[in-house]
Design a protein around this ligand. Structure first.
Ligand SMILES: C[S@@+](CC[C@H](N)C(=O)[O-])C[C@H]1O[C@@H](n2cnc3c(N)ncnc32)[C@H](O)[C@@H]1O
Length: 517
């Protein structure tokens, strides 16, 4: 069955002038319906439009948001590090001493790879002199790439147009997440157009066509992206990934005399592939250069009802442990709320502020909960017994949340200390799934504690505590990081539904001043 990506359907450019062309919503919907993609059709039906033509400004904003979230995914999976690991030896292999190379990112989007190389100075640190350039057909993405590069004072440039029709020839072409967009004849045409530029080597990264790729993609896009279009296209990309055979055939058929296409070490990283045009020198350089860079790689006790000292220590340790967990969770929630919202490369200060905000929100929730707990204790006929009950409810929560917290902290420790490859696997197998199950586990902890509580005020406190923990991330996101356009569109839809209910008309999508079925 044909698998479509919405981002391919909602933008059209005049190839000669680069100007954006109008896109008719019904044509996009018909294509998605014909492909049996009802979810995709639902997402497109919600897009703002003017008399059936998609609102170009809104589409641009969605694409920029989606690419910013994609950058966050690339940052977490350290895609740019992997690119540099291959690019450095390839550049060494194909440039003459003292020559200035030109690295061109085909379909650069908001320019993450190029800006990362510029911001980290990775090539210069490897004594490679290179001009860094990103090229894309999409004006909104190029505009965002330029804005972000200027904001950080980066030495790189971004060009609107066809990467294979540049005034100055590239020494090495790179790309990430582009090849799977090219269907049928387009893939061969891409490699032929590239070969026609006289480029010396290329490293194209894309999703590997493994059976697990769509599952991985679903999990990661679900855990890390908010934009429905990004989530949809992320899974579609994995389903559309070309097999090794297809890629090698297309690349080889365009290689030309004296050159060949070679796959990079297949075991290197399951989601990526690299192609280099000059196999002998690049492979020699890879063997010598990349090897070094690639090197390396009890639940709390039950509340004791029998012994007074144990009760006293549990009565202190349990609330303190839960409060500490809530504060750490608040800081991490602040981090998550801010992710995918800034395309800058150097974001340490941005994330510190976000974590402080999460911490403050977590502390506020804890403060509110402490007041409720105080009231519950004050209202109890036997406050000491009620305190014991609350402590036991806290222990029940810790039985559920404790192992989860240990797993998260261990995964984070591994991610920051292990070499890149095992660290990336930890993300794939650990942090991604853990983020997905966190809300469910928090709800489960509240339910277990409430279910086993001997009195309803204790059960209520357990439910309130779980709800408070879950509130922090949406609160911080909404307060500081939500896109105002999404809020406006959402409010518009709610208003449309309410007025539809009041007037008896069928509720439809209503975004700002435009309504549709
Ligand atoms: C999915 S986006 C790539 C995202 C980006 N590389 C990233 O990792 O965030 C694919 C982009 O490739 C661009 N593209 C494809 N072929 C191109 C070419 N020959 N020249 C310039 N841009 C191209 C499209 O305009 C589209 O924006």
């Amino acid at each position: 069955m044909t698998v479509l990506e919405i981002s391919d359907l909602i933008v059209r450019h005049d190839l000669a002038s680069g100007a954006a062309l109008p896109v008719h919503r019904d044509a996009v919907l018909a294509a998605l319906r014909a492909a049996g993609d009802r979810r995709g059709a639902r997402i497109v039906r919600r897009l703002p439009h003017h008399d059936g033509v998609l609102d170009a400004a809104a589409v641009d904003r969605i694409l920029v948001r989606t690419h910013t979230e994609l950058q966050r995914l690339n940052e977490e999976l350290r895609i740019a590090d992997q690119l540099a690991e291959l690019l450095v030896p390839v550049l060494r292999a194909v440039t003459r001493p003292g020559e200035r190379a030109r690295v061109v990112d085909v379909g650069c989007g908001i320019g993450y790879a190029i800006r990362w190389l510029a911001a980290t100075g990775t090539l210069a640190a490897n004594t490679i002199d290179a001009e860094l350039c990103g090229v894309d057909f999409n004006a909104a993405l190029i505009g965002e790439a330029r804005r972000l590069a200027a904001a950080e004072g980066l030495e790189c440039r971004f060009v609107l147009g066809d990467a294979f029709d540049l005034k100055d020839t590239a020494t090495v072409y790179i790309s990430s997440g582009v090849l799977h967009h090219l269907r049928g004849e387009e893939l061969g045409a891409f490699f032929r157009a590239q070969a026609g530029t006289g480029v010396r080597a290329y490293c194209h990264f894309d999703i590997a066509a493994t059976r697990l790729a769509p599952v991985d993609a679903w999990m990661f896009h679900r855990a890390r992206m908010r934009e429905p279009l990004g989530r949809h296209d992320g899974v579609a990309s994995a389903r559309r990934a070309h097999s090794d055979h297809e890629l090698m055939s297309a690349a080889r058929s365009a290689a030309g005399a004296g050159a060949d296409a070679v796959p990079a070490d297949a075991a290197q990283q399951p989601v990526l592939r690299v192609r280099a045009a000059d196999p002998r020198r690049a492979a020699r350089a890879l063997a010598g250069g990349a090897g070094g860079a690639r090197a390396g790689g009890a639940p709390p006790g039950r509340g004791d009802r029998a012994g007074a000292p144990a009760v006293v220590s549990a009565g202190f340790a349990v609330p303190v442990t839960l409060a500490l967990l809530a504060l750490v969770d608040g800081a991490l929630a602040g981090h998550r709320a801010a992710t995918g919202r800034s395309g800058l490369i150097r974001k340490r200060a941005y994330y510190v502020v976000a974590m402080r905000r999460g911490l403050a929100a977590g502390a506020a929730v804890l403060g509110g909960l402490a007041l409720v707990l105080g009231a519950v204790l004050a209202a109890a006929s036997d406050p000491a017994a009620r305190y014991g009950q609350l402590t036991r409810a806290g222990i029940a929560m810790l039985w559920v949340l404790g192992p989860f917290a240990i797993a998260v902290l261990a995964t984070l420790a591994g991610y920051f200390t292990l070499p890149r490859r095992p660290a990336t696997f930890l993300i794939l197998l650990g942090l991604g799934p853990l983020t997905l199950i966190r809300p469910w586990l928090t709800v489960a902890a509240g339910i277990v504690a409430a279910w086993t509580a001997p009195a309803w005020p204790v059960a209520g406190c357990a439910v309130l505590a779980a709800a408070g923990v879950l509130l922090v991330e949406p609160w911080v996101h909404r307060r500081w990081y939500a896109d105002p356009h999404i809020g406006a569109a959402y409010r518009g839809r709610i208003r449309g539904r309410i007025s539809g209910l009041l007037t008896g008309s069928r509720a439809g999508c209503c975004v700002r001043d435009r309504c549709g079925p």
